[in-house]
Design a protein around this ligand. Structure first.
Ligand code: GDP
Ligand code: IMO
Ligand code: MG
Length: 421
């Protein structure tokens, strides 16, 4: 069986932390989409590590960590990450496997990402500038280079052809400050490091493991509202971040999917542009940002913050078929006077519980409800029975509204700060 763990909001829900906790229950942890736009933070033994391409089970002994076909890989980021992982846990990178089907991010993909954002001006997506959009465009446009191509004759020539095509395309965009020649030199060096890694047949690797009775935890990146088809288009990423993306990204049949663990914050954050109905502006947003230390793990940008949005959360649970919820950052709401959540939207005088097609273009006014705040802190609690009554009531409310059990409640950034019900 493949259990899937993914984000239910706009990313950064705390997926990395929960995967790191759950990994020992599985044989393989597998990333199925996205690339180094992801930043998954793990905290254990007094350390803080941010992973971008390597799956979050890498620090658990004996667990195989697999980068699936749906992922886009920047060799430079991956090589840097391998060094970091090796320093923290010598030998850990020996448990990494890469699919031959994963696509490569070229330096000129990053340059195109930047140029495209500059050209968009105020309408920019707020991309992480890791080259994700252009790399997936080449994939669907049938021009991409894959990990398996690295060992085929003529790789260098194919690379140069694609690079030259990008350089021609770039003439359509405003000029940007990007030294592609020196980036290329670093990239080619990193490619040589990547060639040393165990590349597997992506089409058979996971299916053979499943046939031999192994358990797989699939680790999503980004979040449901950033999905290319079901997110707040066009302010999204370029992959399928939802459960369906796990089937295409790993090459497994839908019937292989077991539990779907949806991770959400006790409030909502978003980094980059695009609609965010329950966003708090001014000091209200700033207070939440400071309490939650909401700054991007990949880009360091301040994250936009707002109240929990049950319209959005129910939508994400529906699209993904979530069986179990994991709520993170409960401790961030400690010590507040008020806690709110949206139960519906008012759009042009009409009340709705559907997430709108174009939340960016229509004025969406959330209908808020207030819940009793808790006086005793929840920070670092590990025992469900020790939760303050108001916090327990907040959890029960979300469970009854979403009709989905909350199995995990995270009460701090560290591996240990977790309540398992
Ligand atoms: P991911 O991309 O979903 O893996 O999440 P990120 O790592 O980008 O962002 C989550 C941030 O919140 C990281 O800094 C985590 O260390 C931190 N974090 C995770 N869970 C909790 C929690 O329950 N409480 C607090 N205070 N911080 C948390
Ligand atoms: P994790 O896995 C939060 C956002 C960017 C931007 C949009 C498109 O850590 O949750 P892209 O670089 O993909 O073209 O950017 O998506 N974004 C994320 N936001 N967490 C992430 O990953 C994200 N990956 C991309 O900020 O708005
Ligand atoms: Mg993140």
């Amino acid at each position: 069986m493949v259990d899937v763990l993914l984000g239910l909001q706009w990313g950064d829900e705390g997926k990395g932390k929960i995967v790191d906790y759950l990994a020992p229950d599985y044989h393989i942890v597998a990333r199925f989409q996205g690339g180094p736009n992801a930043g998954h933070t793990l905290k254990f033994d007094g350390r803080k590590i941010v992973l971008h391409t390597v799956p979050s089970g890498i620090f658990r002994p004996d667990i195989i960590n697999y980068i699936g076909s749906g992922v886009v890989i920047d060799p430079v980021t991956l090589a840097r990450e391998l060094t970091l992982v090796g320093q923290v846990m010598p030998g850990a990178t020996g448990r990494l496997r890469i699919s031959d089907g994963a696509h490569l991010i070229l330096p000129t993909h990053r340059m195109l990402d930047l140029a495209s954002e500059v050209a968009k001006g105020k309408q920019k997506i707020g991309s992480t500038l890791k080259g994700i959009g252009p790399a997936y465009m080449d994939k669907t446009g049938r021009n991409g280079l894959r990990i398996g191509d690295l060992t085929l004759p003529g790789f260098r020539a194919r690379y140069e052809r694609l690079r030259d095509k990008h350089l021609k395309l770039l003439k359509l965009y405003p000029e940007v400050d990007f030294d592609w020649q020196s980036e290329e030199a670093r990239w080619l060096e990193a490619i040589d490091q990547i060639r040393q890694l165990p590349v597997v047949e992506g089409r058979y690797f996971i299916n053979d493991a499943l046939d031999s009775g192994q358990k797989v935890l699939a680790e999503g990146a980004q979040g449901t509202m950033l999905d290319i088809d079901y997110g707040t288009y066009p302010y999204v990423t370029s992959s399928n971040t939802v459960t369906a993306g796990c089937c295409t990204g790993l090459g497994i049949a839908p019937a292989r999917i077991g539990r779907v663990i949806g991770v959400f914050k006790a409030y909502v954050t978003r980094v980059g542009s695009g609609p965010f109905p329950t966003e708090l502006h001014g000091t209200a947003g700033e207070t939440l940002r400071r309490a939650g230390n909401e700054f991007g793990a990949t880009t360091g940008r301040p994250r936009r913050c707002g109240w929990l949005d049950l319209v959005q959360l129910k939508y994400a649970i529906m699209i993904n078929g979530v069986t179990d919820l994991a709520m993170t950052k409960m401790d961030v709401l400690d010590g507040r006077d008020t806690i709110r959540y949206a139960e519906a939207y008012e759009i042009e005088g009409r009340r709705t519980t559907h997430f709108p097609f174009d939340a960016g273009a229509v004025p969406v006014a959330p209908v808020y409800r207030e819940v009793a705040a808790w006086k005793q802190p929840t920070a670092d609690l590990t025992d469900h029975t020790k939760l303050p009554e108001e916090a327990a009531a907040y959890i029960r409310l979300i469970e009854s509204q979403t009709k989905t059990p909350i199995r995990f409640i995270s009460t701090g950034g560290t591996r240990k700060a977790l309540i398992v019900k």
